[in-house]
Write a protein that binds this ligand. Structure first.
Ligand SMILES: Nc1ncnc2c1ncn2[C@@H]1O[C@H](COP(=O)(O)OP(=O)(O)OP(=O)(O)O)[C@@H](O)[C@H]1O
Ligand SMILES: [Mg+2]
Length: 1110
């Protein structure tokens, strides 16, 4: 369509009436005629307000082209002629722009076009939403999930060649920009009975036919399959090929789709293996074999199919074979194996096939979900698309139809709730004048089916769980007693009880008057299908299969998780999932597509009035139009309305300070909207015609454009102003800098000129002065020269005279000297020889000593006091001196060494010195203690929280803290105690609790006894008569004996004002325990060093300590 021809209104060139709300006069006849007229002109979509009615055209129409997508994109709902794209666009924009989660509810009977409609919605949304590599991949995966699920979940029925045999609800998830990021598919109860048996004129699920027609020879060989449909019991032959369906091409599409969705090649292979296994399973047949107990036992007739099936799934053939002949019944701890007869074996086989297929289907849905799962955890906007199996009435309706129709009943209920009841109730709630419109509410039918106490599903569950014999007939009996009075329930018996005979009602059937018509259900199979039992032997055999997906399909076969509880029934599960679905749908903004079937012949040109009329009636379309016509097309809370349109009126823009309702009133009156066009409710404003809404939207759009221009204007002004101010500021800065620079330059020039001038003048002046000075100097020099010459002459004369005089004096002195010398020599000649020897000797000795000292200076040893080296003596006669010097030097360097000591170090050495005085050469333990530093506080009492109490009790500074062993007199064993020494006391305390056991003032300590050996035993003896002595002396042992005794002696003596405390060192001493004295004797044991000393009680008076020999 060219640009010029684009329609701008729903009313332009309309065939019939595009929106039923505008239909005049509104009768059922005119309604159907309008639909017919439009259908005849290929206008398959018609609106009732925002609800889209879709007629199945049964032919491809050129109205889904990319051009059409562009035409409907971002256009108002009522702007163009009705189309499913308009609804999709409205839903998508509302989701993207107003952040409202959406759901698209597509209803209609089987073959009305729901699945097609759902695909059209998805493809439209995919076409208009964002683009990009990642987004396109997500879109492709979402769209390609359809062919996969259709191949496995759709089948040809008499009503529809591609009938959905499962319910599907797909949530498409979008990010904040409206780009799709993933999806979640929920599936509802697959009609699995179709796997083993199909009604006349119908087919099994498409995938079986697609696999056999489309797979390559190689694949078929791998799957052990034959292309011939007739070879498989589970495939009905009468409609194996369907007109217009190319199974082989579809198989390629499905494989391609699986690849796009993200299935691995081995996963596809595994899935096909399972499909092939189901076909093989159908071919397994059984024969009876008599047993001695008179019962028949089933046996597999021809084991070839069984073998091939087991090979495909990696099952142990014997296990499966046994599972078809026996059944293990488990009751608490007992296991009983009962035989299966042929009928039971067939039942088991079919149950296995149905379970295998339906679990495979659920696995596929989960696998697809895994692929299309959104990767981000951010908040998502959601558009749900619901496409379920449509309402259906067959010749023979069973449990599956009952479930399908119940689901449709619930959807009709939600439609009624939200469009008819909710809308009318809202008018009343909002106080809008309203005349009630009658409609049929199907809640009563839903209640008949799902009521928890006496609903049909609840009774079926009750019957299934009841002990005793349960058959379909007992179930019907139960229905007859409980539902007989229900207006929508009929059965032969319930009619009989009312004295009505109805021959159209067979004995084993019941009839429900659904919203869409009466359906006769045969009770046969209800109980079995609801129970959905699979013998545990079979599920266990499947669990053990060596196949990549079988274990995941049969978790109930895990022998480690045997669950004796019955699994929930099929009906119960379905009811629960439908309830969750309804709850989910109610949280979203609903968009309705109501699909209608024009004829029963799947023909493109037939419009059967009666059929359409029937559908329009039960769908409640007329009531829908009436409510719509009497009501208002649009409503919005005052706050939101004011927020959206406030820019259209001066009083409300930019802020309205009063209540929102008054704001809206001012706004609408200012816009001169005619008063019939709107009504004010309690919290919302109601707008009657879509036209008015368009008017408001149009006005808003132009206002927004004006506002945008205003914002642009102000922004540009601001931008230019700031730019200008910036330029101006920069110019001032640049100018200032330039002026400064120019002035600097000028100044420099003047300065240098001045300098030149100055220097010239100074030079000239200087030269003048120089000249004068030079002249002056020359004059002075001339005078000096003359004076010098004169002085020179005078001096030389004087010098000559003095020299003459000196020569004479010298001659006199020399003569006098010679004469004197002569005189002395004559006098002293006799002494000279006697003194010369001594002088020479002294001189020589002096030289030797000098050499010795200089040599010693060069070979001095180091300043370390422990350095024992000393240079060798070079002359024997200096031996004494050499030794003395060595002693003096040692004393001197010791003094130097001592002078570096700090006060603490000095104390430590003093202690060490004292220890040496006490123990050196007296106790064998002493040498090993010399190198150990005296640490004093080994326990860090004040840092250890355990001893906090003890620390607070001992107020003085702790000089020593260590763990010692207190020796028990009774057995000679030691018990650990804390030993603390302070300035005035020593304290013994419990090691664990820190509780003080004894505190003895040091003046009470009389002496200390230790052995001469390497042990750590010591006795603290107390002065008799003191209070501390009452408990007796202490016999202790410690690893730090030397340190403890030394410190005790030092501090003890100071505390008691004594010289020292006695330390007795002997191998035998007495210890005064409480009452009596005990002798402690130390002997050398034969043991080698390394083992510790041990104390033993010899008798009442003797403790013997055996000390290892050193
Ligand atoms: N918009 C359409 N354009 C062309 N053909 C359509 C359209 N809608 C439906 N059809 C035709 O009608 C057939 C049945 O439609 P569809 O499978 O969508 O029905 P359904 O309502 O999903 O039925 P069921 O409840 O059995 O699943 C389609 O296979 C297709 O041939
Ligand atoms: Mg369908």
């Amino acid at each position: 369509m060219s640009k010029m021809e684009v329609k701008t209104s729903l009313l332009d060139g309309m065939i019939g009436v595009g929106d039923m709300v505008l239909l005049e006069p509104l009768t059922e006849e005119s309604f159907i005629n309008n639909l017919k007229k439009r259908f005849d002109h290929n206008e398959i979509y018609t609106y009732i307000g925002s609800v889209v009615i879709s007629m199945n055209p049964y032919k491809n129409l050129p109205i889904y082209t990319p051009d059409k997508v562009e035409e409907y994109r971002n256009r108002n709902f009522y702007e163009l002629s009705p189309h499913i794209y308009a609804l999709s666009d409205e839903a998508y924009r509302s989701l993207r722009d107003q952040d409202k989660d959406q759901c698209i509810l597509i209803t209609g009977e089987s073959g009305a076009g729901k699945t097609e409609a759902s695909k059209l919605v998805m493809s439209y949304v995919a076409a208009v939403c964002g683009k990009g590599q990642e987004v396109n991949k997500v879109k492709e995966q979402l769209l390609q999930s359809n062919p996969v699920l259709e191949a496995f979940g759709n089948a040809k029925t008499v009503r529809n060649d591609n009938s959905s045999r499962f319910g599907k609800y797909m949530d498409i998830e979008f990010d904040f920009k409206g780009d799709p990021i993933g999806g979640v598919i929920s599936n509802y109860l697959l009609e699995k009975s179709r796997v083993v048996k199909q009604p006349r004129g119908e087919r099994n699920f498409h995938i079986f036919y697609q696999l056999l027609s489309g797979a390559s020879e190689d694949t078929l060989k791998k799957l052990k399959l034959d292309r011939d449909f007739s070879k498989y019991n589970y495939l009905s032959l009468d409609s194996a090929t369907v007109n217009g369906l190319d199974d082989a091409a579809n198989f390629r599409t499905v494989r391609n789709a699986m690849q796009i969705v993200g299935f691995m090649e081995d996963e596809v292979q595994s899935v096909l293996e399972l499909v092939a296994a189901v076909l093989k399973l159908g071919n397994i047949e059984f024969k009876p074999e008599s047993r001695t107990n008179g019962f028949d036992e089933s046996r597999v007739k021809d084991k070839n199919d069984l073998k091939e099936m087991c090979e495909l799934l990696g099952i142990d053939q014997s296990v499966l074979e046994r599972a078809f002949s026996f059944r293990t019944v488990e009751a608490r701890s007992d296991k009983v194996a009962t035989t299966l007869n042929v009928a039971q074996a067939y039942y088991a086989r079919d149950a296995l096939a149905k379970n295998l297929y339906s679990r495979l289907f659920s696995w596929l849905v989960n696998r697809i979900n895994e692929s299309i799962k959104a990767q981000t955890k951010t908040r998502k906007k959601v558009m749900g698309v619901l496409d379920i199996y449509g309402f259906e009435i067959f010749e023979d309706n069973s449990f599956e139809q009952f479930i399908i129709n119940y689901c449709n009943e619930k959807l009709q209920q939600i439609f009624i709730e939200l469009t008819l009841r909710e809308e009318q109730e809202e008018y009343i709630r909002e106080g809008i004048e309203w005349t009630n419109i009658e409609y049929f509410n199907n809640a009563i039918i839903c209640d008949l089916i799902e009521n928890n106490q006496n609903g049909i599903l609840a009774m079926l569950d009750e019957e299934c769980l009841r002990p005793g014999t349960v058959t379909d007939e007992t179930f019907l009996d139960k229905l007859n007693t409980i539902c007989a009075e229900h207006l929508h329930f009929e059965s032969r018996q319930s009619k009989n009880s009312k004295f009505l005979t109805d021959h159209t009602l067979p004995h084993n059937c019941f009839r429900i008057q659904h919203y869409a018509g009466k359906v006769l259900y045969r009770v046969e199979g209800f109980v079995d299908k609801n129970n959905d039992l699979l013998y545990r032997d079979l599920s266990q055999a499947m669990y053990k299969a060596n196949h990549s997906i079988m274990r995941a399909l049969f978790p109930d076969g895990n022998p480690a998780k045997i669950n004796l509880k019955r699994p929930p029934t099929a009906g119960f599960q379905f009811r629960a999932s439908v309830a969750t679905l309804m709850k989910n749908l109610q949280t979203k903004n609903p968009n309705y597509i109501r699909c209608i079937k024009p004829n029963d012949k799947k023909s493109a040109h037939i419009f059967t009035d009666s059929l359409v009329c029937h559908q329009a009636r039960y769908l409640g379309l007329m009531e829908n139009v009436r409510v719509r016509r009497a009501g208002y097309a649009f409503r919005q809370p005052y706050e939101l309305c004011l927020l959206r349109y406030k820019m259209m009126c001066k009083q409300t823009w930019p802020h309205w300070s009063g209540p929102a309702r008054e704001g809206v009133e001012v706004l609408l009156s200012n816009l001169a909207v005619s008063p019939e066009e709107y009504s004010y409710g309690r919290s919302k404003v109601f707008i009657r015609n879509p036209r008015t809404l368009f008017f408001l939207e149009e006005k808003r759009r132009s206002c927004l454009e004006d506002l945008a221009t205003l914002i642009q204007k102000i922004y540009r002004g601001w931008k230019c102003r700031t730019h200008f101010l910036l330029l101006k500021k920069s110019q001032v800065v640049v100018a200032a800098w330039y002026r400064r620079y120019a002035q600097q330059k000028k100044y420099q020039k003047i300065k240098s000129a001045t300098l030149v001038m100055q220097s010239f003048i100074r030079g000239w002046k200087a030269r003048k002065i120089l000249r004068e000075l030079k002249y002056q100097k020359r004059c002075e020099e001339a005078a000096t020269t003359i004076a010098a010459f004169w002085h020179g002459t005078q001096a030389r004369r004087e010098l000559k005279r003095l020299k003459e005089e000196a020569r004479r004096k010298h001659a006199v002195a020399v003569i006098w000297g010679y004469w004197l010398g002569l005189k002395v020599r004559r006098e002293y000649r006799k002494f000279f020889r006697a003194h010369a020897g001594r002088k020479i000797y002294e001189f020589t000795i002096q030289r030797i000593i000098q050499k010795y000292f200089l040599g010693l200076k060069k070979t001095m040893p180091s300043m370390s006091p422990v350095d024992k080296t000393w240079p060798v003596r070079s002359y024997q006669f200096l031996d004494g001196t050499h030794k003395e010097l060595r002693r003096i030097f040692h004393l001197w360097r010791c003094k130097k060494y001592r002078s570096q000591f700090t006060q603490e170090k000095k104390a430590i050495y003093e202690e060490k010195l004292q220890a040496s005085e006490i123990f050196k050469d007296k106790k064998a333990l002493y040498p090993s203690s010399v190198s150990q530093p005296f640490k004093g506080d080994y326990l860090e009492i004040n840092k250890n929280p355990k001893y906090q109490k003890l620390n607070s009790m001992v107020e003085e500074k702790i000089l020593l803290a260590d763990v010692v062993n207190k020796i028990n007199r009774a057995n000679g064993k030691g018990a650990p105690r804390l030993f603390l020494l302070t300035k005035n006391n020593f304290v013994l305390a419990d090691q664990k609790t820190g509780q003080v056991k004894a505190s003895v003032p040091l003046p009470d300590l009389s002496s200390v006894s230790v052995s001469t050996q390497t042990d750590g035993f010591f006795a603290l003896k107390l002065k008799e008569g003191t209070t501390s002595a009452a408990k007796g002396d202490f016999l202790l042992s410690s690893d730090h004996l030397i340190e403890i005794i030394t410190k005790l002696q030092r501090t003890g003596a100071a505390a008691a004002g004594r010289d020292h405390i006695n330390v007795d060192i002997s191998d035998e001493f007495l210890v005064q325990f409480k009452q009596d004295k005990v002798c402690v004797k130390f002997i050398q044991s034969g043991l080698k060093n390394g083992s510790s000393a041990a104390c033993k009680r010899k008798n009442n008076r003797l403790l013997e300590v055996s000390v290892p020999s050193p």
